[in-house]
Design a protein around this ligand. Structure first.
Ligand code: ADP
Length: 225
């Protein structure tokens, strides 16, 4: 069963009277519970593709079917609803709220969904990522690796069907990056969360079931690992 299907996806940006084709007729699909990496040189359209798959933006033409929903047929509010219900995000720069503690950051999605026992659930998630002794720390009191683990706990608070990760280890040293990678793959295995990740790290890409290579907006190859 596919959880994501991308069909003839094309994205063009207009600047002045010039048009830039960032993605050109891209096709691929991802099975439920699988891991996929998107690799390619800087500026090749990887982040744009991730944003389209996650419903953060809409394509110029083509289709993204996320968990059975054709995103291009939805309103912006409906797409936000799909994201809130089924999707988690991890970013290179963590994007934690600086005025909230680690625990409060993880509680945000739980409180938005009016979950009971948000505090206990957030504690449990922080325990899962090994940060039970950092819950009252603010982001600027945490190392990069710790901040990324908080952001992973926050993403999993959403109980996502799909986790989108944009260069999740890009700001981390090799050792910390590996620890964060291991955690993401462990959660994929334990929770069955589909993982779609953008990276320029080919070793990381080799750990995913499937890897797609984007160059000049076109899909170069699809390698099944
Ligand atoms: P990558 O993630 O592979 O580095 P991006 O998807 O960020 O690539 O960007 C692909 C191309 O699209 C780049 O040339 C970038 O400048 C351009 N681009 C990205 N977002 C916009 C935008 N909102 N408006 C115009 N051009 C954009």
């Amino acid at each position: 069963m596919n959880v994501l299907k991308v069909e003839n996806l094309t994205k063009k940006y207009r600047s002045g009277n010039r048009e830039l084709t960032v993605l050109d007729q891209v096709n691929f699909e991802v099975a439920l519970g699988a891991t996929l990496s998107i690799v390619g040189p800087s500026g090749s359209g990887k982040t744009t593709l991730l944003g389209l798959c996650a419903g953060l933006d809409v394509a110029t033409s083509g289709s993204v079917i996320l968990d059975g929903q054709a995103l291009e047929t939805l309103t912006e509010d409906q797409r936000a609803g799909v994201r809130n219900e089924r999707v988690g995000f991890i970013f290179q720069n963590f994007q934690l709220l600086q005025t909230l503690t680690a625990l409060e950051n993880v509680m945000v999605p739980l409180e938005l969904k009016k979950r009971k026992n948000a505090r206990e659930k957030a504690m449990e998630l922080l325990r899962k990522v090994g940060l039970e002794d950092r819950v009252t720390h603010y982001p600027n009191q945490l190392s990069g690796g710790e901040q990324q683990r908080v952001s992973i706990a926050r993403a999993f608070a959403n109980e996502p069907k799909i986790l989108f990760a944009d260069e999740p280890t890009g700001n981390l040293d090799t050792e910390t990056g590996e620890m964060v990678e291991n955690l993401i793959f462990k959660l994929n295995e334990e929770e069955g969360t589909t993982l779609i990740l953008v990276t320029h790290d080919l070793e990381l890409a080799a750990r995913t079931h499937q890897s797609i290579h984007i160059k000049g907006g076109k899909l170069q190859e699809a390698i099944d690992g």
